[in-house]
Write a protein that binds this ligand. Structure first.
Ligand code: BGC
Length: 279
């Protein structure tokens, strides 16, 4: 299946058509700087522009850096607060004239990583942590996503996790690799204490620099860098809630679908292609 994946970030909004069976981009990604202020209307215009760039007429999946329930934005920690309560799925469906489904950015990256990256074939509890402007989290139990976990806002020794160990915190406090990894270790220790993950995958821009800080990492469980790096959000956005995402790393459907378009009742969907494929 071909789906246009769009990843909304604090500095850029990028998109590309994705082959959802192979998890690869089918064209060079198109990036437009995030408008400032990043209001719903301004971002919707950019999302529409990306769809027009690819002359897109098919399904679209889009990420958002906040809690997304039924296509509606519930939190906006690092973006314009006017997003709260907005039905982003409906808004983007109007601006692209395509059916758009919306999910949290870290959840999208996690879904992509579980299907095509380091989480592939992994049972048990897998936690993907994205380190960027904020800290995002995607939690999987036997390959099934528990959406909107928002672990970046968990308090760690009296301070929000993302204020300690995001990539932005590293820059803001001018931390070297060793000092920053010490903060990351404190954050991961809390996550490990809460969830006892079998595997932690570190994503976000900084995951490509894993070699710089791996030697300072102290952790009780296995920690690995993400494989998909920059494309994880776009690929994961394209995988949202469609039959092709019914294998490992799938996203629970009805919540992200509601509001975007009418669909069959929940019970009817359960009869759909949700069986777990063993690869
Ligand atoms: C937001 C999350 C998001 C993360 C990474 C956090 O501040 O609350 O929803 O996944 O940043 O963008």
């Amino acid at each position: 299946m071909k789906v246009l994946g769009i990843d909304i970030g604090g500095s850029g909004i990028k998109g590309a058509p994705v082959d959802t069976e192979r998890g690869v981009l089918l064209a060079e990604r198109h990036r437009i700087p995030t408008p400032q202020p990043a209001t719903p209307a301004a971002v919707a215009r950019v999302v529409g522009e990306i769809a027009r760039h690819f002359r897109w007429r098919g399904p679209v999946g889009c990420t958002f850096p906040g809690v997304v329930k039924g296509g509606v934005i519930r939190t906006a920690a690092n973006v314009d607060k006017s997003w709260i309560g907005v039905n982003a799925a409906s808004l983007f469906t109007r601006s692209t004239k395509c059916t758009v489904l919306v999910l949290n950015d870290a959840d999208a990256a996690g879904v992509a990583e579980m299907k095509f990256g380091r989480g592939k074939g992994h049972d048990g509890v897998v936690l993907l942590v994205t380190l960027g402007t904020g800290i995002g989290s995607a939690l999987f139990v036997d390959g099934v996503l528990v959406p909107n976990t928002e672990l970046g806002h968990v308090e760690v020794d009296g301070k929000e996790a993302e204020k300690r160990a995001s990539e932005r915190a590293k820059k803001k406090h001018d931390l070297g690799w060793k000092a920053w990894t010490k903060e990351l270790n404190r954050v991961l220790a809390v996550y490990e204490h809460l969830l006892s993950p079998d595997l932690v995958i570190l994503g976000g821009g900084i995951s490509s620099k894993f070699d710089e800080y791996a030697k300072h990492l102290v952790s009780r469980c296995k920690v690995v860098p993400a494989k998909l790096e920059n494309d994880a959000g776009i690929v994961g956005a394209a995988l949202v809630d469609r039959p092709a995402s019914s294998a490992r790393g799938r996203v629970s459907g009805p919540a992200s679908r509601r509001g975007a378009r009418p669909g069959p009742p929940r019970a009817a969907r359960r009869g759909g292609p949700r069986g777990r494929r063993r690869s």
